[in-house]
Design a protein around this ligand. Structure first.
Ligand SMILES: Nc1ncnc2c1ncn2[C@@H]1O[C@H](COP(=O)(O)OP(=O)(O)O)[C@@H](O)[C@H]1O
Ligand SMILES: [Mg+2]
Length: 188
């Protein structure tokens, strides 16, 4: 069983969206998985689910830093930290990264620079990130209305809008997850 922890101290940064997307891609690959939400108000498209013989567990977390965050990070096989790109996103991201500091060389950690568009990125965020964390692996996820349309219809993005820029970009992120965790299609 491989556990993917999706966390950031801040709410509204795309944690639950990323969990839903990982689940959509795993489903398309026929990889059985569980979804666990530690956030009572998560608003996920997918209900918490438990499959027999699941090989992956996706863990969604609330937008607060709890004492348990470190414990969850230690228990995970991979840590994903989505963030928005404004100046006010720096302090919560910094605190979340700090908790992962001694783990980042022991397990894959990916920062998702979420809702990337020309208007949402603050120059100070990028300068801060490049200066303080040049070693961290990042991926960009664009702002994509298809994510919300698919969710409103209760559909996987891969069925609703497989060629949207969000789906295409998340395919790269999913490829990274699969490689890092050694997942294979059709695993049950
Ligand atoms: N890249 C994106 N494109 C479009 N909408 C997004 C994107 N990322 C997040 N959202 C939307 O922003 C809102 C907050 O995202 P959510 O995943 O619930 O955040 P969190 O779980 O971190 O609180 C949701 O309505 C979600 O669909
Ligand atoms: Mg959430």
């Amino acid at each position: 069983m491989k556990t993917i922890l999706v966390c950031n101290q801040k709410g509204g940064v795309g944690k639950t969206l990323c969990c839903d997307l990982i689940s959509d891609f795993l489903t398309a690959d026929g990889i059985s998985h569980n979804i666990v939400s530690l956030d009572a108000q998560c608003g996920a498209l997918h209900d918490p689910k438990k499959e027999d013989g699941a090989v992956v567990t996706i863990v969604d977390t609330p937008g607060v830093l709890l004492d348990d965050t470190k414990k969850w990070m230690e228990a995970a096989d991979m840590i994903i930290i989505p963030t928005l790109l404004g100046t006010r996103d720096i302090p919560p991201l910094e605190r979340t990264i700090a908790i992962a500091d001694d783990l980042k060389n022991r397990k894959p950690l990916l920062i998702i620079l979420n809702r990337w568009n020309n208007y949402s990125i603050s120059k100070s965020f990028l300068e801060w990130f490049e200066e303080k964390h040049p070693d961290l692996k990042t991926a960009v996820l664009p702002d994509c209305t298809a994510f919300n349309k698919a969710a409103a219809e209760g559909m996987s993005i891969l069925k609703h809008s497989p060629h949207s820029k969000g789906a295409l970009q998340f395919a790269h992120i999913y490829g990274f997850i699969k490689t890092e965790l050694g997942l294979k299609e059709g695993w049950r």
